[in-house]
Design a binder for this molecule. Structure first.
Ligand code: AMP
Length: 120
């Protein structure tokens, strides 16, 4: 059987994390290396390595990630000022953990997503 991902080990309680929300489909916890005052990862309980591996069977859960993000943003008090949701995929996307996850980031102005000086 495949090794459990780092994030599965968090869900299983093997690795400690600051879990802010959990239900039968998804779990959300604070990023260990926050890039903003609020930086929370929302992940499916059943691991999907990357967005490339998502199928139509995952549509309900993937939509649920957004609903949970919206709920947590309200709880964290950042919904009105705004926030950013990011899902990185593979090398060019900068993905480091191959258990699909949505970053919820906010609590300060985050600026442009990509620097305008970056090459196309
Ligand atoms: P990505 O680069 O999109 O794959 O994001 C992976 C994220 O997981 C990074 O922001 C890391 O800081 C975060 N991370 C790695 N290990 C842990 C951990 N044990 N607990 C919480 N967040 C973690």
């Amino acid at each position: 059987m495949a090794e459990p991902t780092l994030f599965t080990r968090i869900i299983d309680g093997e690795i400690p994390a600051d879990i802010v929300y959990q239900d039968e489909e998804v779990t959300a916890f604070r990023d260990i290396n926050p890039q903003a005052p609020v930086h929370i990862l929302i992940i499916p309980n059943q691991p999907i390595p990357t967005v490339n591996d998502a199928t139509s069977d995952d549509e309900k859960m993937l939509g649920h990630l957004f609903v949970v993000a919206s709920r947590i943003a309200k709880e964290e008090g950042i919904s009105e000022d705004g926030y950013r949701l990011i899902v990185n995929c593979n090398r060019d996307g900068g993905q480091e953990v191959f258990h699909l996850h949505m970053h919820l980031m906010g609590g300060r102005p985050l600026g442009r997503m990509i620097k305008t000086s970056d090459p196309l």
